[in-house]
Design a protein around this ligand. Structure first.
Ligand SMILES: Cc1ncc(COP(=O)(O)O)c(C=O)c1O
Length: 419
């Protein structure tokens, strides 16, 4: 806050359209991270605005407690139709963190009331990020996000990340898998679930890993009756190429969390998808119900918009657009590979990332190298908020070719100027 206050110049965004943000002084910035990864369809998509206005005319909100409504029911149906096979039930919530909290509670209660109460611990990856609420932070493996909150957090079994520290290390996933295999061989009886960000650990610095890890983990957890929770809050909706990160390995988790692009970046809305087996585990008397419901669960405005998002994905072939545009991002990081000050580069789907040489001992998320790129980006007309020493691009998936070219050019120039 000190630096921000001292700068005396808040960046005030007044309006947005497509991939462009307009500030109060008339400056225009390309949105390099799709506003924290939510604006997958860009800003103010006209169909989403119309869906919102239409819904607002009839029903803005009602609880989803003993009541239902068409927007939530139809969204659940449409979402399950595109979800990995076997995910047939949906619990709505407000954001990525609450989608994860709900998944944790479902997992624990499921085993608790179906004869396996000792299965109540979770396994999470080094470098994991699953949100900012207490349960999600407990899972988190980025130390700076946890360090002040030890008193609030529950104990999680931490295992190695399958993401290679060095991109040449093709065996990192095997070592990580061997470690989790060894752990579960002795502890599966007390583990409710393994929680992963499929294919890319976003907040850890866009660390991508081999789909084979996910495939092997799915087979292992299924065999040992440990649930697999896929946090697709960042990786879902085409960010890594296919609709879900899980699709890279052709796996279906037991629980899947989605948010961010799920509601087109327009409204806070999230969902936790579950298998029929889990749903059945909550049937019976009232005392077996999942007592978890947010005031705005299934909000009709969010639901109508989220349903329109899926229609746009179909009509505008958004995944096809990702396949066509991803090589532009690959070419962008290729331009920076091997440059002094650039340690590593990577690209997957609509994610491009560059790890920079740390300029101080404060590396990782508190590192400053990426912020030099950010300053350069601002002066050139792009918002390139970094993850510490990692500079990256995650633009709207529907960004126009012209804007993408311009954004990639600014990114390369900004990294060059900063290194
Ligand atoms: C993988 C993942 N899970 C959960 C979250 C938390 O989502 P939210 O900020 O909407 O609570 C994030 C946020 O960046 C995320 O990247």
């Amino acid at each position: 806050m000190e630096e921000y206050i001292a700068s005396g110049a808040p960046l005030v965004i007044e309006r947005a359209e497509g991939a462009r943000l307009h500030d109060a002084d008339g400056r225009v910035f390309l949105d390099g991270n799709a506003s924290w990864w939510v604006a997958a369809l860009g800003h103010r998509h006209p169909r989403l605005l119309r869906a919102l206005a239409r819904q607002a005319e009839t029903l803005g909100h009602t609880s989803l407690a003993g009541v239902t409504h068409a927007p939530a029911a139809l969204l659940a149906r449409d979402l399950c139709a595109v979800a990995p096979l076997g995910l047939t039930r949906v619990l709505f919530s407000d954001d990525g963190s609450t989608a994860v909290e709900a998944a944790l509670k479902i997992a624990v209660q499921f085993f608790g009331q179906n004869g396996r109460p000792e299965k109540r611990r979770f396994v999470a990856l080094d470098g994991a990020f699953h949100g900012d609420t207490a349960g999600a932070v407990s899972l988190g493996g980025v130390e700076v996000f946890r360090r002040h909150f030890g008193a609030l957090l529950f104990d999680v079994v931490r295992v190695a990340s399958p993401a290679p520290a060095d991109e040449e290390d093709g065996e990192a996933w095997r070592r990580a898998f061997a470690a989790v295999e060894e752990l579960l061989a002795t502890s599966a009886h007390e583990i409710a679930a393994v929680v992963v960000e499929p294919i890319v650990q976003g907040a850890a610095g866009m660390r991508a890993y081999a789909p084979r890890y996910l495939a092997a983990l799915r087979a292992l957890t299924a065999r040992l009756d440990v649930l697999l929770i896929a946090d697709e809050v960042f990786t879902g909706y085409g960010r890594t190429g296919p609709m879900w990160g899980c699709d890279h390995a052709d796996v279906a988790p037991d629980l899947l969390c989605t948010a961010k692009g799920f509601s087109g970046g327009l409204l806070p809305m999230a969902a936790t998808l579950a298998s029929e087996r889990l749903f059945d585990g909550f049937r019976g008397g009232r005392e077996r119900a999942l007592l978890h419901g947010h005031s705005f669960t299934g909000n009709p405005l969010g639901a109508a918009v989220a349903r329109e998002v899926l229609a746009i994905y179909r009509d505008e072939d958004v995944l096809g657009q990702v396949a066509r545009k991803a090589p532009r991002l690959a070419a962008t990081v290729a331009e920076l590979r091997g440059r002094p000050g650039v340690l590593r580069v990577r690209q997957i789907g609509m994610i491009a990332a560059v790890d920079l040489l740390p300029s101080s001992t404060r590396g990782g998320y508190l590192g400053e190298a990426g912020w030099r790129v950010y300053e350069q980006g601002l002066s050139r007309g792009a918002l390139l908020r970094p993850l510490g020493d990692t500079a990256y691009l995650t633009p709207p998936l529907t960004i126009s070719d012209g804007d993408l070219d311009q954004l990639c050019g600014i990114f390369v120039d900004s990294v060059r100027a900063a290194t």
